[in-house]
Design a protein around this ligand. Structure first.
Ligand SMILES: Nc1ncnc2c1ncn2[C@@H]1O[C@H](COP(=O)(O)OP(=O)(O)OP(=O)(O)O)[C@@H](O)[C@H]1O
Ligand SMILES: [Mg+2]
Length: 235
């Protein structure tokens, strides 16, 4: 029996476009930036993470500490997680999901140590997010390892956003660190792991690239804090 420690984080929300893939990529970047190995599992038929990895490799903005695999069924997902564990091939596994149905949610919950639910704090998205939270409750989740992460917020929250946080907090913890609306999160989709992008900008060493490096570093610090919160290392 392997003594290897491996945390499995699933990024889940039935609502589309709330930032699941963005958060998955960012958290994976934080794992690599922190000197650990990440394995992405892409369970979305759109293959957003798989294709991102291919682009990143071509651009030289991937890392030997990162791997990615696509799965087409819950059984395949369980098999891949088991395989990563047996081979001690990753320290953190990040599962990107599509808008999940109740049945898929069951196997994701069973396979994960932590569930993170990104949510843009507007009325409609929170309502949809809470529907996913309800489904999790029906699956017998005690909620201990479910964390909401607010996405696409500014430096100050609006009153509406505060009200939406209160709605979420009635169900599960809301991470005190939020994902800000940042251009770099959009560019990450085109470029690669934030940790590798940062290194490239610093190595380039021009005034412009160093200014960009500062913005990448800010995003990476945000996601490192989020990773610690999601993994329960920080309150
Ligand atoms: N914090 C952010 N700052 C800037 N842009 C963001 C941020 N979060 C997400 N986006 C953008 O919003 C769009 C939707 O994000 P993303 O693809 O991560 O959502 P998703 O939940 O994975 O969607 P789907 O349900 O289709 O898989 C993308 O274009 C992404 O670049
Ligand atoms: Mg996605």
């Amino acid at each position: 029996m392997s003594e290897h420690e491996m945390d499995v984080i699933a990024v889940v929300n039935g609502k589309g476009g709330v930032g699941k893939t963005t958060l998955a990529r960012a958290l994976g970047s934080a794992v690599v930036g922190g000197g650990m190995r990440v394995a992405f599992i892409d369970s979305d038929p759109q293959l957003s993470v798989v294709e991102w990895a291919e682009r990143s490799k071509e651009a030289g903005l991937w890392s030997t500490a990162a791997s990615v695999v696509a799965v087409e069924s819950p059984a395949e997902m369980a098999q891949q997680i088991n395989d990563l564990y047996e081979r001690e091939a990753a320290d953190v596994v990040i599962i990107d999901t599509a808008g999940v149905t109740f049945s898929a949610l069951g196997s994701i919950v069973a396979a994960s140590d932590h569930i993170v639910m990104p949510c843009t704090p507007n009325v409609d998205d929170v309502s949809r997010t809470l529907k996913t939270a309800e489904m999790l409750k029906e699956l017998g989740q005690d909620g201990a390892h479910i964390t909401f992460v607010l996405n696409r917020v500014g430096s100050n929250l609006t009153r509406i956003e505060d009200e939406q946080i209160a709605r979420l907090e009635q169900h599960h913890a809301v991470a005190p660190v939020r994902m800000r609306e940042r251009d770099i999160y959009k560019r990450m989709a085109k470029e690669g792991l934030l940790s590798s992008v940062l290194k490239q900008k610093v190595d380039e060493g021009t005034i412009r690239s160093l200014a960009e490096a500062r913005r990448v570093r800010e995003a990476l610090m945000e996601t490192v804090e989020l990773l610690n919160i999601v993994m329960g290392l920080e309150e």
